[in-house]
Design a protein around this ligand. Structure first.
Ligand code: B3K
Ligand code: ZN
Length: 874
C-alpha cells in the first residue's frame, strides 16, 4: 500500500477563503414543523426565498443524510428538482417564492451528534458548523440570516418539554398522547444557531433584571435528580450578564434564556440563540462531585456562550473562514470575565500554558493555519487552539495597544456598524482602527500569517553612560501551510527591575512599564539614566504569542521570581529556571548538575519562607513545567530524557524540602468547602505539596488522612493524583473505593476512567483493555472516549510513546473504530500521532505506520482524511 494511493482516492475538495461569493438567494423567513420520533422524524420547512441580484442560476440547497419526501413552491408540489447526495437544486424563474420541503431523518441512528440526535432519551441538536443540512435542505451558510418560527410535536409523556429558540408563542394537545409547542425567534440568525430540544428534565429557574430594568427568565434544564447541581451555573450566568453590561454596555435581548444540559455532546457547549445546549460536564457541579477546576470551567463556559449573544449571534461571521471573528473575540471576553471573577494571575497562567503547550505545537505541525484559515476541507477541524486561543491573544494584543478605553471605543463602533450583519475579521479590525484613529495595517498580518514568531533579545548596558539598550529581532519559521513569512507588529510589554525587584523609571514622567512596538525585523530601544545593570522583565503577562530567545542569567531569573511585583512574571521566571535545569539534564543523560539543582532548591526554600500572599501562585511556582511545555523547547523531542530529567527535578524537591513542604501543607486548612478564592488557593497549594510529600516516608499516611477527611472532589482527586504520581501502593485500593462510591454518576466516573488511563505504569495497555471492556464504557459517549483514549493519547507520555509502538497502535485502533461512529471525536484524537515529525526516527516510523493504517480505511470521514493526508505529506 502506498501513502499516495491511500490518501488521494475519493479525495474531498478543499474550499478556499478567496473563493467567497455572495449567496445567489436569501432565505429571510423560515417556518418549521417537527414531528419527533426516535427513528422517523418528519421535518416540514417553509422558507421565504428571494433571489439576490439579476441572474438565472438555480437555487442550490445543502443536504446530508436526508430522505426527501416532498418539494412544493407557492403551495404546488413540483418534481422538476435535481437531488444528489449532498444537494437539492431547484430551477424556478420567480425572484421571490415560498418553498416547502419535507424531509425524514433518523435521530436514533445519528451517532455523529451533529444535526438532530438522541442523547439518552433527549432529542437535541448541534448545527454549527454545517449540521443544519442534516435536518433539512437549506442554504447552510452563516451569511443567510432569517427569522424562525418552529413548531414541535412529540409524545407528551416521554418529552414533556419541547424547546426551540426565542419565545414560546403557542402550545396545545395533539392526537395519540402528543402535544405541541410553537416558538418564535424575532432576531434574524444564521441556521447554525438553530436549536431544538425535547425531553424530560428537572427545571431550575431564576430571574435577572437588566440594567434597563427588563426582567429575564433564566431556565436551566438538567437530568432528573440533578437540580441541586445547577446552582453554580445559574449564578455564573447572572454574573456574566451583569459583567457584560458593566464592561461593554451589552444587555441581553430576549425575555428568556434557556440552558439545557445533555450527556452526549461533542464539545463543551453551543451558543444557540436563547437556547444554549451544554455538555452536562460544563453545567453540573457540587463540592462533593466537582473540582475547583470544574467550577472555574463552568463559570467560564457559561460566560463564553452568553457573551456569544453579541459577539457571534447579533454580529455573526460572513463565512466560516472568519470563525475567529466570533471565537477569538469571545474567548478573550470570557478570559477577562474569569480574570475579574477569580484570580487574575492563575487565570492568565492557565491561558499561557495552553498556548505554549498546544498552540505552538499546532503551529509547527501539519495542521498549521492562521487564525483566519485560507483553506478548509472539513470545517469542524478548525475549531482549534489557533482559531480560539491564539485568536484571543490577537484580540488581547489590540487591547494592550489601544488600552481599555480605546478597545471599548472599537467595540462600540463595531456594534454600531454591524449589529444584525454577517461580517469579516477585517471589519472588526477596521472598527478598532477607525474608532481610535490609528493605522493597523501592519498588525492585521496576524490574521493571515500562521506560525509562531520567535523574538531574540540582547541586552547591552553601558555603565559609564548609564544607558541600557535592548536589541530585538523577529523571525517566523516557515510552516506546513506557508513558506514565506512577513514581519509582524509585536507589542512588547517590559519593565526594568533592580536586584531587589523594584521597578526603574523608564522615562522622565516616572513610568515604570512600557509597551514597545516591534515592527521591523531588527529594532533597538534605549533607556537613559539607568544607574545599575537592570534585570529585564520582558513580554510581561505574555504580551504577544511568541517564543522568546533570551539568555538571561539564572541570577536575573531568580531575582524576578523572588522579588518582582508582577505575579505573572514571577511564575514565568520560576518556569524558566526549571526549564533550563531540566533541559540541561536532558543533554547530560538525565543528570542535572548539582550546583543547578542546589541553586533552584535554595530559591524554592526562600520562596517557601517568604511566601507570596497568593497561595495559588505559590502552588504554580512550585510546580515543574509539563512534559509538553518542555518538549516544545527541543528540535527533536527526547521523550525518555525529558521524563527522567523532570522526574529527577521533582524527586530532588520532594527529598530536600520535606519540612518546608510539610509546613506549607499544614498551613492550608479550610473549614467546609466553598468555591471562594482563598480556599481555592489553599487547596491548590496543599495538593501541590501533597504530590511531593507522597514520595516521602509519611506519604501514604498523609494520603489516607486527606482521603478520609476530604469533603470535596478537589482534595479527593488531589490524593488520587499524588498517589498515582509516586505509584504509592494504596492507589489501587483508593481507586476501587472511589469507583464503588461513584459508579452511577456519569461525570465522576469519567474522572475515575481518566485517572486510570493517565497512569504511567508498565501494564497500562492491559489496563486500557479493561477500561474499554468496563460495563460503563461506551463508544458513543464522547466524554467517556476523551476520558480514556484522550487522556492516554495526550497525557500518558510514557504509555503513548512506548518504543514497542503499542501506545500508537491503541490510539489508531480507537480512531479507526470511531471513524464511522463519530468523525469529530475521532479527528480530535489524531493530533498526537500527527506530530510524528517532532520525534526521533524510530518513533517517526511507528507513528507514520499507524497514520497510513488510518488513511487506508474505507469510508474515511473528511475530518480524518484532511488531518491524515496533511500529516503524511508533511
Ligand atoms: N461555537 C461552538 C462550537 C461549535 C463546534 C462545532 N464543531 C461553541 C463555542 O465556541 O462556544
Ligand atoms: Zn465560542
Amino acid at each position: 500500500m502506498s501513502d499516495e494511493r491511500s490518501v488521494t482516492s475519493n479525495a474531498p475538495i478543499a474550499k478556499k477563503r478567496s473563493d467567497y461569493q455572495v449567496p445567489d438567494f436569501f432565505i429571510e423567513q423560515v417556518d418549521m414543523t417537527f414531528w419527533l420520533e426516535p427513528s422517523e422524524t418528519r421535518v416540514l420547512t417553509k422558507s421565504k426565498v428571494r433571489r439576490n441580484g439579476d441572474h438565472q442560476r438555480p437555487l442550490v440547497l445543502d443536504g446530508d443524510d436526508l430522505e426527501l419526501l416532498k418539494v412544493s413552491i407557492n403551495g404546488i408540489g413540483i418534481n422538476t428538482y435535481q437531488c444528489s447526495e449532498k444537494q437539492l437544486s431547484i430551477a424556478y424563474d420567480a425572484n421571490e417564492f415560498e418553498l416547502e420541503i419535507e424531509t425524514q431523518i433518523n435521530p436514533a441512528s445519528n451517532t455523529s451528534l451533529e444535526g438532530l440526535y438522541l442523547s439518552n432519551n433527549t432529542f437535541s441538536t448541534q448545527c454549527e458548523a454545517e449540521g443544519f443540512r442534516k435536518i433539512t435542505y437549506f442554504l447552510d451558510r452563516p451569511d443567510v440570516l432569517a427569522t424562525y418560527q418552529v413548531t414541535v410535536h412529540a409524545d407528551k409523556q416521554k418529552y414533556p418539554y419541547l424547546l426551540s429558540n426565542g419565545n414560546c408563542i403557542a402550545k396545545g394537545e395533539g392526537d395519540n398522547g402528543t402535544h405541541w409547542v410553537t416558538w418564535q425567534d424575532p432576531f434574524k440568525k444564521p441556521c447554525y444557531l438553530f436549536a431544538l430540544v425535547a425531553g424530560d428534565f428537572d427545571l431550575v429557574e431564576d430571574k435577572f433584571v437588566t440594567q434597563s430594568g427588563r426582567t429575564i427568565d433564566l431556565q436551566f434544564f438538567v437530568d432528573k435528580g440533578n437540580a441541586s447541581r445547577a446552582g453554580h451555573a445559574v449564578e455564573s450566568l447572572k454574573k456574566a450578564m451583569r459583567w457584560d453590561e458593566e464592561t461593554f454596555g451589552l444587555e441581553y435581548d430576549l425575555d428568556i434564556y434557556m440552558v439545557v444540559a445533555v450527556d452526549f455532546f461533542n464539545m463543551g457547549a453551543m451558543e444557540n440563540k436563547g437556547l444554549n445546549i451544554f455538555n452536562s460536564k460544563c453545567v453540573l457541579a457540587d463540592p462533593e462531585s466537582a473540582t475547583d477546576e470544574d467550577y472555574f470551567n463552568i463559570e467560564s463556559i457559561i460566560g463564553h456562550e452568553y457573551f456569544h449573544n453579541w459577539t457571534g449571534n447579533r454580529v455573526t461571521c460572513r463565512d466560516w473562514f472568519q470563525l475567529s471573528l466570533k471565537e477569538g473575540l469571545t474567548v478573550f471576553r470570557d478570559q477577562q470575565f474569569s480574570s475579574d471573577m477569580s484570580s487574575p494571575v492563575t487565570t492568565r497562567i492557565s491561558q499561557v500554558k495552553l498556548i505554549k503547550e498546544r498552540q505552538f505545537a499546532e503551529d509547527s505541525g501539519p495542521m498549521s493555519h492562521p487564525i483566519r484559515p485560507d483553506e478548509v476541507i472539513e470545517m469542524n477541524n478548525f475549531y482549534t487552539v489557533t482559531v480560539y486561543d491564539k485568536g484571543a491573544e490577537v484580540i488581547r494584543m489590540m487591547h494592550t495597544m489601544l488600552g481599555k478605553d480605546g478597545f471599548r471605543r472599537g467595540m462600540d463602533l463595531y456594534f454600531e456598524r454591524h449589529d444584525g450583519q454577517a461580517v469579516t475579521c477585517d471589519d472588526f479590525v477596521n472598527a478598532m482602527q477607525d474608532a481610535n484613529n490609528v493605522d493597523m495595517s501592519l498588525f492585521r498580518r496576524w490574521y493571515g500569517q500562521s506560525g509562531t514568531p520567535e523574538v531574540s533579545v540582547k541586552e547591552i548596558y553601558d555603565a559609564e553612560q548609564q544607558i541600557y539598550r535592548i536589541e530585538l529581532s523577529q523571525h517566523t519559521p516557515k510552516t506546513a501551510d506557508q513558506a514565506h513569512k512577513q514581519v509582524l507588529h509585536i507589542p512588547v510589554d517590559m519593565m526594568l527591575l533592580n536586584a531587589r525587584g523594584e521597578a526603574e523609571a523608564l522615562d522622565q514622567d516616572g513610568n515604570t512599564s512600557t509597551v514597545l512596538d516591534l515592527c521591523e525585523s531588527k529594532q533597538s530601544f534605549e533607556f537613559h539614566g539607568i544607574k545599575e545593570k537592570p534585570v529585564l522583565d520582558i513580554f510581561r503577562s505574555f504580551s504577544a504569542p511568541v517564543k522568546v530567545h533570551f539568555e538571561q542569567s539564572t541570577q536575573d531569573m531568580a531575582a524576578i521570581m523572588l522579588h518582582a511585583r508582577d505575579d505573572f512574571s514571577r511564575w514565568e521566571a520560576s518556569q524558566s529556571l526549571f526549564t533550563n535545569a531540566i533541559l540541561d539534564g536532558v543533554k547530560h543523560q538525565g543528570v542535572i548538575a548539582d550546583n543547578k539543582i542546589a541553586f533552584i532548591l535554595d530559591c524554592l526554600q526562600q520562596l517557601l519562607q517568604n511566601k507570596p500572599d497568593d497561595f495559588a501562585l505559590l502552588g504554580e511556582m512550585l510546580s515543574v513545567p509539563s512534559y509538553d511545555s518542555l518538549a516544545q523547547k527541543m528540535a527533536v523531542v527526547d521523550v525518555e530524557g525529558i521524563l527522567a530529567s523532570r522526574q529527577l527535578m521533582q524527586d530532588s524537591i520532594a527529598d530536600a524540602l520535606v519540612d518546608e513542604l510539610h509546613a506549607a501543607y499544614s498551613l492550608c486548612r479550610n473549614d467546609g468547602y466553598a468555591y471562594q478564592q482563598e480556599q481555592i488557593a489553599n487547596r491548590r497549594l496543599s495538593n501541590v505539596c501533597l504530590t511531593y510529600l507522597a514520595k516521602g516516608q509519611q506519604g501514604e499516611s498523609l494520603l489516607l488522612q486527606q482521603f478520609e477527611r476530604s469533603d470535596n472532589m478537589t482534595d479527593t482527586l488531589g490524593v488520587l493524583k499524588a498517589a498515582r504520581r509516586y505509584n504509592v501502593p494504596v492507589f489501587e485500593k483508593l481507586m476501587s473505593q472511589f469507583e464503588s462510591k461513584w459508579h452511577d454518576d456519569v461525570l465522576v466516573l469519567d474522572k475515575w476512567f481518566s485517572l486510570h488511563a493517565g497512569a504511567e505504569t508498565d501494564d497500562i495497555l492491559a489496563k486500557l483493555d479493561l477500561l474499554t471492556a468496563h460495563a460503563h464504557y461506551s463508544n458513543s459517549n464522547p466524554n467517556r472516549i476523551r476520558a480514556v483514549v484522550g487522556t492516554f493519547a495526550f497525557f500518558n507520555t510514557s504509555g503513548f510513546h512506548n518504543m514497542n509502538g503499542s501506545g500508537y497502535r491503541y490510539v489508531a485502533d480507537a480512531i479507526i473504530q470511531l471513524n464511522r461512529i463519530n468523525p469529530q471525536v475521532a479527528s480530535r484524537l489524531i493530533t498526537p500521532l500527527s506530530e510524528w515529525q517532532r520525534y526521533g526516527e524510530d518513533r517517526q516510523d511507528l507513528m507514520k505506520g499507524e497514520l497510513l493504517r488510518i488513511a487506508d480505511q474505507p469510508h474515511l470521514s473528511p475530518d480524518l482524511y484532511e488531518k491524515v493526508s496533511k500529516a503524511l505529506h508533511f
